[in-house]
Design a protein around this ligand. Structure first.
Ligand code: 26Q
Length: 840
């Protein structure tokens, strides 16, 4: 018999599709450019070359992807499904190159073609499929899951328009649509064969089926088709390549046809428009009017497709439905996918005819829920009338879950009606609303917060009754971020120095960074450390100059606050300090101060007026401060437009100081704080979210702490917060507020910032003025530390050295062990695959 044909296209050379050396890559790039994209070599634009390179890298991931998918269809393997309305995955090319280990070869291949890798990397549009922290966390977790060889699927929505692009015009935010797909997405595979129908509206009928069983039939008003779009998620230097499966909505053919036959052509077209609108746009958080019908439809749409897909995989393995929870565990990334609890019940009870109690057992064993916020206004609820009209059958199921659950509570606490009202799935004060956090908690076997403080507060506040009922279900898993993207890829200078100093194993084992402790006081090493930071600052300064025309001195202290703009994150507290410094220099121009560049970045929700005003304040202060000759370049303020993953790559590595100044008790965790720390920035922060743990890890002496504690914040509020007290006792604060209110930073317009100042003086729930004095003192301590470069550099080194806890690898290990009970599976490329651990 003839031997199997070789996959290699050229005898004696590596395949142009899979070969990893520079020559094979060069041939692959040309092949894709000419044959796949239909371009002429001589006429190819940089974007054509980017595409050709991206396709060539993707080709090299495919063998790993197939091997991974194949191995997951074998029996016994348990798969973690991460359900999230957002995946902020960032640019893919650079990451895939380093994970494959072919960056140098790709660079060489391109050079031989007259192209430059960095130019091509800069062309990639990032998929902005998330708002901020929660979406980026999901992406970091996918990276760690693949790197740790955990069988996993990310399930979400393929938004056609991601988070808006932010422009700054006349100092204000302007939102532009994010057309990330306009040139096509080279990383995705559309799978028309993997598609499901999702029902909406209509009504339900109670029926007796042919076997005499009671069944409920949902007669929907319309259906939408969800089509799978897959992106490969390759682990770092392993063969595991998991899938991120995002659903896009399409109109259902037969439905419009029916209407068409009935003569209602326009009705049919209307249906089609609605169907195709479902996956159009990502909703921003912090929108006052987030309770949109379309948003709920999006959530149900992606959740239903995902669960149907999981059932399909189960059937393909010929497993009985009773084994669902053994084969899958599903993590609910906040309440956005929590309708999954009702939907899995519906699929099991109505469609698979599983008895209710058994279905409930499967459901609870399948789901686990992560909460990301304690802010009452951010807790998701949906009005019952809206729910009823869009999802009549899931609502019935929610009512049945609630009835059974409240019976249980009543048995334990007879007569405690207040408790029943508090714990109910339906909030009956005012218009009835479905409480999604309660649905997630009741329908899950595990509930976790995202930092130690947050998990503790979760148990004490919003989920207190539930924690009392089921203490064993409550966990903490402190967030983490991936060192591949946020150190190795974005800070190559630091990565090289770390390789030389502690060996290259740190990339997948941040504990190795502890070996830096021994070098923290070594002056030669310190010099090298400073050189890396300085060169990163130069790169950032150049970019800032390109986009804003503002000149920064790389020897100044780079003081950075990048994150969504929100009152609780208190960018205005930072601005007040800048105004204070400015005022000091105006009064005393000869004063010897530490030169600082204040760099801000972040988007405000389009409907959040106060956040937009905060941006105007920052750009207003920037305009005055940067152009005042008396400052002599000692103070600079920059608002970097359109903060996203791509820009973040240049920002974290260049920071000296990381601003983590939220009101204690409000920031669930924060993950930017971790990215700064890994890159050697020192933190100025409150005892909030993961800051608490960062300080524990790095030591009090290497962290700039200020502000009220979460407990003190609550006490102040309880006793009545009086902002005026703080103004009266602090002349600098008075002066800063006067300048702002007087129109000094708004070209003389005294109206511009009045709402902001009035808010601070009257109702501010985030206690900005209460923390002002301590913040200023603390910032002055930062300046003092900066003046001793040896001391500062030592602290900087120790921050990186002690960042192990904040790797997403550690976080994923904890999820696997404590919540998912799942083990790694080694993927071999050419030999039969076996699980490396015992099946759960
Ligand atoms: C909800 C309903 C309707 C429309 C939008 C939303 C929505 C969307 C996104 C609500 C919230 C979000 C995002 C929240 C978020 O990013 N939270 C952050 O999660 C991080 C990861 O755990 C934490 O580190 C941050 O502290 C937390 O603020």
């Amino acid at each position: 018999m003839a031997s199997a044909p070789s996959v290699s296209m050229t005898q004696g050379a590596e395949s142009a599709r899979s070969g990893l050396d520079a020559d094979a890559l060069r041939r692959g790039i040309v092949d894709n450019l000419v044959c796949l994209q239909g371009r002429h070599l001589a006429l190819a634009t940089p974007r054509d070359w980017y595409m050709a390179l991206a396709y060539s890298v993707r080709d090299r991931m495919l063998a790993r992807w197939s091997a991974t998918v194949e191995s997951y269809t074998e029996r016994e393997i348990r798969v973690a499904c991460y359900l999230s309305a957002e995946f902020l995955i960032g640019p893919q090319l650079g990451n895939n190159l380093i994970n494959l280990g072919i960056e140098a070869n790709a660079r060489a291949a391109l050079r031989s073609l007259g192209q430059n890798l960095d130019t091509l990397l800069a062309i990639e549009e990032e998929p902005g499929l998330g708002n901020g922290g929660l979406g980026r966390l999901a992406a970091c977790y996918l990276d760690s899951l693949a790197t740790l060889e955990i069988p996993a699927i990310g399930y979400g929505i393929r938004y056609e328009f991601g988070i808006f692009h932010q422009d700054i015009r006349d100092g204000s935010q302007v939102e532009l649509t994010d057309k990330w797909l306009q040139w096509g997405n080279p990383w995705e595979f559309v799978r028309p064969d993997v598609s499901f129908y999702v029902a909406f509206g209509g009504h339900t009928n109670n029926e007796i089926d042919a076997q005499g069983r009671f069944v409920v039939r949902w007669i929907p008003a319309h259906q939408v088709k969800g089509v799978a779009c897959d992106m490969p998620i390759l682990g770092y230097r392993v063969n595991t390549c998991n899938a991120l499966r995002l659903w896009k909505s399409e109109a259902v053919e037969s439905f419009d046809l029916q209407d068409f036959n009935a003569g209602d052509y326009y009705e049919a077209v209307q249906e089609k428009v609605i169907s195709e609108t479902l996956s159009k746009v990502l909703y921003p958080n912090d929108e006052p009017e987030a309770g949109k019908r379309l948003r709920l439809a999006q959530q149900y749409f992606f959740v239903s497709c995902s669960l149907q897909d999981m059932l399909r995989l189960l059937d393909r393995r010929r497993e009985p439905v009773e084994h669902f929870a053994n084969m899958f565990t599903a993590q609910l990334n906040d309440t956005h996918p929590s309708i999954a609890v009702a939907e899995l019940m519906r699929l099991l009870v109505d469609e698979r005819l599983v008895p209710w109690d058994e279905a409930w057992d499967i459901t609870r064993r399948t789901f686990a829920y992560t909460n990301h916020t304690l802010l009452p206004e951010a807790l998701e609820t949906w009005g019952v009338p809206l729910f009823q009209s869009l999802l009549p059958r899931p609502l019935e199921i929610i009512y049945e879950i609630n009835r059974r659950f409240l019976d249980e509570v009543r048995q334990r606490h007879p007569g405690d009606d207040a408790r029943i009202a508090r714990m109910s799935l339906i909030d009956e004060r005012g218009e009835k609303r479905v409480r999604m956090a309660h649905l997630s908690t009741i329908g899950s076997h595990a509930v976790n917060g995202v930092a130690a403080l947050h998990s503790a507060l979760l148990r004490q506040t919003i989920l207190r009754d539930f924690a009392e009922l089921w203490p064993e279900r409550f966990h903490n898993v402190t967030n983490g971020v991936t060192p591949r993207r946020f150190m190795l890829l974005s800070n190559p200078g630091l990565a090289r120095l770390l390789d030389e100093t502690v060996g290259d194993g740190w990339v997948t084992d941040l504990r190795r960074l502890r070996n830096l402790d021994a070098h923290a006081d070594d002056s030669t090493f310190q010099e090298e450390w400073r050189e890396v930071k300085r060169s990163n600052k130069q790169v950032l300064a150049q970019r800032i100059r390109n986009v804003t025309d503002i000149l920064l001195d790389p020897d100044a202290l780079f003081d950075v606050q990048v994150k969504r703009i929100h009152e609780y994150k208190r960018q205005h507290l930072n601005a007040l300090y800048i105004v204070t410094l400015y005022q000091r220099l105006r009064l005393n121009p000869g004063q010897d101060i530490v030169p600082r560049c204040f760099i801000f970045g972040g988007k405000a929700a389009p409907g959040y007026a106060m956040a937009k005003l905060m941006i105007r304040l920052i750009t207003g202060v920037a305009e005055v401060v940067n152009n005042d000759p008396a400052m002599d370049g000692r103070l600079k303020v920059v608002f970097f437009p359109n903060f996203n993953v791509k820009n973040a790559h240049f920002i974290y590595p260049a920071a000296d100081l990381s601003e983590q100044i939220s009101t204690a008790g409000k920031e669930a965790s924060g993950t930017g704080n971790m990215k700064f720390m890994m890159n050697g920035a020192l933190t100025i922060g409150t005892l909030d979210g993961a800051n608490v743990e960062i300080r524990e890890e790095v030591g009090d002496e290497n962290f700039f702490l200020f502000g009220l504690t979460a407990e003190q914040v609550e006490r102040v509020k309880h006793e009545g917060y009086r902002p005026a007290v703080h103004v009266e006792s602090n002349a600098e604060l008075r002066e800063a507020l006067n300048l702002i209110e007087g129109g000094f930073f708004s070209r003389g317009d005294p109206q511009a910032f009045r709402p902001l100042v009035e808010n601070l003086l009257q109702v501010d729930p985030f206690l900005v003025l209460a923390d002002y004095a301590d913040y200023v003192t603390c910032q002055d301590r930062v300046s003092a530390a900066w003046q001793d470069p040896g001391r500062w550099t030592r602290m900087s080194i120790l921050n990186t050295a002690h960042s192990e806890k904040f790797s997403s690898d550690r976080a994923i290990d904890e999820y696997c062990e404590r919540i998912w009970k799942i083990c790694p599976v080694r993927i071999a490329l050419d030999s039969p695959r076996r699980p490396t651990g015992p099946p759960a």
